[in-house]
Write a protein that binds this ligand. Structure first.
Ligand SMILES: C[S@@+](CC[C@H](N)C(=O)[O-])C[C@H]1O[C@@H](n2cnc3c(N)ncnc32)[C@H](O)[C@@H]1O
Length: 241
């Protein structure tokens, strides 16, 4: 069977439930872009998965909706909400259309490690612009495309400290990891850094901040070879509408 986000949803939810330093790091750097106090703020979390970011936003006081095209991911998010209510709402939806989300209805759009999964970045940014109120903001993380290009690997540890080997940076498009334990066995879309930034500008977003945070100490314990490489690229942009 070919893996999809829906078929690996149980595995992904269990991985996050038992503690994944990488996912907690990606959540924390994204949430650091938003005010601590979010009471009254309307937020849409695109590609919410099992809700790691959505429920944290709700716990800060936001009125937040998480959407994801995987029904199984949404079931996990809703189960977590029943278990420990935060007020977060969830719906099955596609980030390329946002058919369940009204125009001009949110102050923030967040997207943690999900825009690298949408097949059509232009459609996703058009949809995000549509649902954002004028001056609303978009904050997202993606795996750093310079280091997480298709089939990037590591040099042999026997040769000293492992170094990242990246050879397919120009190969934009869908690719799937052959690692049976890797998140990207479900497949994802590789795009160059300039493709993301150019698309944001073309869709009327004003770049406010970008960052390449160094891996947290917790990530360094789990994956020492990542020391000195930023695992994620972070963008904060505002709608110029
Ligand atoms: C790496 S997970 C991230 C989930 C969550 N944001 C987190 O930080 O754990 C990527 C998510 O993107 C979702 N995704 C895939 N295609 C999508 C699309 N077209 N629109 C929105 N989300 C999508 C997947 O179903 C999956 O839940």
């Amino acid at each position: 069977m070919t893996d999809t986000w829906n078929t690996i949803a149980d595995w992904y939810a269990e991985r996050l439930r038992t503690g994944s330093a990488m996912h907690e790091f990606s959540r924390d750097i994204l949430l650091d872009c938003l005010p601590v106090e979010l009471s009254g703020q309307r937020i849409l979390d695109i590609g919410c998965g099992e809700g790691i970011i959505t429920r944290t936003l709700a716990a800060r006081g936001a009125r937040v909706m998480g959407i994801d095209p995987s029904p199984r991911m949404i079931e996990h998010a809703q189960a977590a909400e029943r278990n420990l209510p935060t007020g977060a709402l969830y719906a099955v939806d596609d980030g390329c259309t946002l058919a369940t989300v009204a125009t001009d209805s949110v102050d923030w759009v967040t997207a943690g490690l999900s825009l690298n999964n949408v097949p059509d970045l232009d459609a996703a940014l058009t949809a995000a612009q549509r649902v954002l109120s004028p001056g609303g903001r978009l904050a997202f993380t993606i795996p750093h495309p310079c280091f997480e290009a298709p089939h990037a690997t590591w040099t042999d540890a026997a040769q000293g400290r492992p170094r990242r080997v990246v050879g397919n940076y120009e190969d934009e498009g869908f690719w799937r990891s052959e690692n049976p334990q890797g998140v990207r066995r479900a497949g994802n879309q590789h795009r160059k850094l300039s493709t993301y930034l150019t698309a944001l500008i073309a869709h009327g977003f004003l770049l406010e901040a970008t960052a390449e945070p160094t891996a947290s100490p917790q990530v360094a314990v789990e994956q020492a070879q990542r020391a000195g490489l930023p695992p994620f690229f972070l963008v904060l942009a505002s709608s110029r509408r």
